[in-house]
Design a protein around this ligand. Sequence first.
Ligand code: SF4
Ligand code: SF4
Length: 379
Amino acid sequence: MKTEIMNNLQQISEENLVDIEQAKERGQAIVGFYCLYSPTEIAVAAGAIPLPLCGTRNDPIAAAEETLPRNLCPLIKSSYGFAVSDTCAFFRASDIIIGDTTCDGKKKMFELLSRQKKTHVLQLPQNQNTEMSMSLWDSELERFKEIIQDTSGNTVDEASLRSAIRLMNRERQARKALMDVNKNKPALLKGSQMLEILFKIGFLADKEKGISFMEKVTAEAQKGTLLTDPPRSGEAKRLLLTGVPVGLGSDKIVKIVEQLGADVVAFENCSGYKQAFTVDENKAPMEALAEQYLATPCSVMSPNDGRFELLKEMIRGFQVDGVIDLTWQACHTYNIEAFQVDEIVQKNFGFPTLHLETDYAESDTEQLRVRIEAYLEML
Ligand code: SF4
Ligand code: SF4
């Protein structure tokens, strides 16, 4: 069953490129997104297809370094490298790219990226709790709506927004239900399997296909048919991975953890539980979107208390033994916040976090292995 599920995932990922091509032929606009702060619902409401963009592999970084400084987060360099080397099918298919003023490196990169493709950058406030932030964000989302209407040639109204919110809520609920199968002890899916499924599903243009696939995997996992061979031991240490986004190609920490006989049972980052939210379907749609998206608990916000609350809830819910806090090199916001994450975890749960700073290259794999092994022994 495990092989069948993964083959099925491979098949729908391959069909996805055809789905995108056919959607373009039908005149549907494709909107490429770089960050979790941008409400994809507005694109869906305009009949457009929202797609995430490539940025998790090391290969295109050399191309990026011809223009960008070397001492920059690998996620930014990889994203830019994919774009300038024209090696990301989703970037190529996009009619417009949407970025946000999150960290300094990313917002400056978007200025250069706009030379490759039409790019719109949302002016994201740096604080979630003031009236000024919310009013700026409200007006940014209204401007975003106008731009998406122009790009797609379709009008976004209350009914189309409500229907888009319902669809995207169903998708996020399916993601959450899937991630929650690893609340079981032992975990019902390996962390690397979970990461691969969530990563590939994220790129699907046909949201219904993604939802039904995730529901199928969740049901199979709950029956125990996806257990690894040999089954995970109940003794395996259960880890939560927090910090920067990870995906296929930037998943070396997950692989090392598994090679050492432990499990990553929970992902708090952007590719994981940060996406497990629900937009309020009872409020005025634009207001509900503005509130929910601004509340995204990322380290680019100051303060970022939402992340600490989410971490506490997840550490309890997934019954984890330890927390790895991952920072990409030159990511100042996650790097500095690591101090508070460790402080909060120690105070509430009595164990320290393991803070790792690395990039996408494999050169430090052995050093990372030694540090992770020592951490597992200490837990
Ligand atoms: S980590 Fe923060 S800035 Fe980066 S993609 Fe996620 S929400 Fe956006
Ligand atoms: S990981 Fe950090 S530096 Fe890199 S894009 Fe995200 S917030 Fe910016």
